[in-house]
Design a protein around this ligand. Structure first.
Ligand code: DX5
Ligand code: ZN
Length: 216
């Protein structure tokens, strides 16, 4: 079962509420919220107040991607704001195990994320604890980049590991996913598909329908 997680980074933020309604009416299960701090990545996006506003208007699973340095400083705030899944970057902290425990204690799903050049072997200690693993298929920071083909190796490795060890994490891919590489991404083993520009540039509803048709 595949799940689509449209990344709001590429949406028209002046129309955020309307776009969420379009996702709901097309049975989109997750919505991907990219949080950037200008330190861990060279860009700044949206944060806690936007998660709070979204929580008030939708029951879609809020899939929060924290591209922030030392995420342990903000786990409580994102949980209180209404995030359902909290993804932190393995590269951004030395407190991964503690963060996962804290997210779980707050009743939320924990995700660990790796950048394209980070070996998935570095997150093995977390793989029996997390609910989700997010593989970046572009360098984090900006929407609209091209998928780095080598990152599909990270997806394949994690899919194999999951199978061999009976792990329960969902495997998510983020960056440069389009209709024309979706089949390859699925074949690599990705289960949760983030797409930003491919969903929100042009006709959102038509784009979602095209993705949904390929994600059965
Ligand atoms: C990049 C973000 C992605 C991005 C995906 O740092 O984490 O979620 O918005 O956008 P596309 O699908 O356009 O690459
Ligand atoms: Zn993201």
């Amino acid at each position: 079962m595949y799940k689509l997680s449209p990344s709001l980074l590429s949406c028209d933020f002046a129309r955020l509420g309307e776009e969420i309604k379009i996702l709901e009416s097309n049975n989109v299960p997750y919505v991907h919220i990219d949080v950037m701090d200008g330190l861990f990545v060279p860009n700044i996006s949206i944060g806690i107040p936007v998660v709070e506003c979204l929580r008030k208007i939708t029951d879609i699973v809020l899939d929060t991607h924290l591209m922030i340095d030392r995420p342990e400083r903000y786990i409580k705030q994102f949980a209180a704001a209404g995030s359902d899944i909290i993804n932190f970057h393995a590269e951004a902290t030395e407190k991964g195990a503690q963060i996962i425990d804290e997210i779980h204690a707050l009743g939320k799903r924990a995700g660990v994320t790796i950048k394209p050049k980070t070996s998935p072997k570095t997150i093995v200690p977390y793989l029996d604890k997390v609910d989700l693993v997010l593989v970046m298929s572009v360098e984090p920071g900006f929407g609209g980049q091209g998928l780095i083909p080598e990152t599909l190796e990270n997806v394949r490795w994690l899919a194999e590991y999951k199978k061999a060890n009976g792990c329960r994490f969902e495997l998510e891919i983020d960056g440069g996913v389009k209709l024309d590489n979706l089949e390859e991404v699925k074949q690599a083993g990705a289960e949760v598909i983030v797409a930003g520009s491919a969903i929100f540039k042009g006709d959102t509803a038509a784009n979602i329908k095209a993705f949904n048709a390929m994600l059965r």
